[in-house]
Design a protein around this ligand. Structure first.
Ligand code: ADP
Ligand code: MG
Length: 227
């Protein structure tokens, strides 16, 4: 992102939600974004996720300028390159864990074979340690288990980056720790993660911690791994 700004205009008020954001995310990064309510976290995540577009500035994904796209093109890039994990798990209760994770593969234009689908779903459920519950329905699982299934679903298209919004917001602290440990493990095996969180302990688990204040990145702490 280069000099990204976002202004919301309503009747007589202009809100400068983001001002001059410069952000470079490399494959393998694990970045947390934290800051007080109203500082622009969700706006930044929406723009990163192509759910909204900047008022100013440029945004590139894999070298492609995605600052202003048609809705169809944005949806296509979202489906192929971006994985989303939300505070609410958004699983379909009438379908099994397996089918919830397979869903993005079933809805894409270029179909994958049944064999490849099985391989991919199995691999993603293994990665979040939920394969043993593949035939359960989401409402038969704890909140933390449901969030792990939601992470598997976000991974099944092999996205370039996982965009995570308050992943433990609806969880008790023990389930929250299990979800954080899955994210940590995924990053260690190569998944790129950008996570918005209020929880400073969870923010500290990321390799790079960004703090937003009033639409501006104010600090940028990089914790180098101690070997
Ligand atoms: P956070 O997620 O950090 O709590 P947001 O990104 O949701 O903050 O909001 C940043 C600022 O932009 C706030 O002042 C908020 O009121 C404003 N804002 C967000 N979305 C809209 C919108 N759709 N229309 C008008 N103002 C908005
Ligand atoms: Mg928010």
């Amino acid at each position: 992102m280069q000099n990204i700004a976002k202004v919301f205009e309503t009747e007589d008020i202009e809100t400068h939600a983001l001002k001059n954001i410069n952000l470079e995310i490399q494959a393998g990064d694990y970045i947390s974004i934290s800051g007080p309510s109203g500082c622009g976290k969700s706006t930044l995540l929406s723009i990163l996720g192509l759910l909204d577009f900047p008022s100013q500035g440029q945004y590139f994904i894999d070298g492609e300028d995605v600052s202003s796209l048609s809705l169809d093109k944005a949806a296509a890039i979202r489906n192929s390159k971006l994985g989303f994990v939300f505070q609410s798990f958004n699983l379909i209760d009438s379908q099994s864990v397996y089918d919830n994770v397979a869903l993005p593969l079933r809805y894409r234009k270029d179909k994958v074979s049944a064999e490849e689908m099985e391989q991919r779903v199995t691999k993603c459920l293994q990665a979040v340690e939920m394969l043993h519950r593949k035939d359960h329905k989401p409402n038969q699982l704890s909140g933390g288990q449901q969030q792990r299934v939601a992470i598997a679903r976000a991974l099944v298209q092999d996205p370039s980056i996982l965009l995570v919004d308050e992943p433990t917001g609806n969880l008790d602290s023990k389930s929250g720790e299990a979800v954080m440990s899955v994210l940590d493990k995924l990053n260690k095996s190569g998944t790129t993660i950008l996570m918005v969180t209020h929880d400073s302990n969870h923010a500290a688990m990321a390799k790079t911690q960004l703090h937003l204040s009033d639409g501006v990145i104010v600090e940028d702490v990089e914790l180098r791994e101690v070997v």
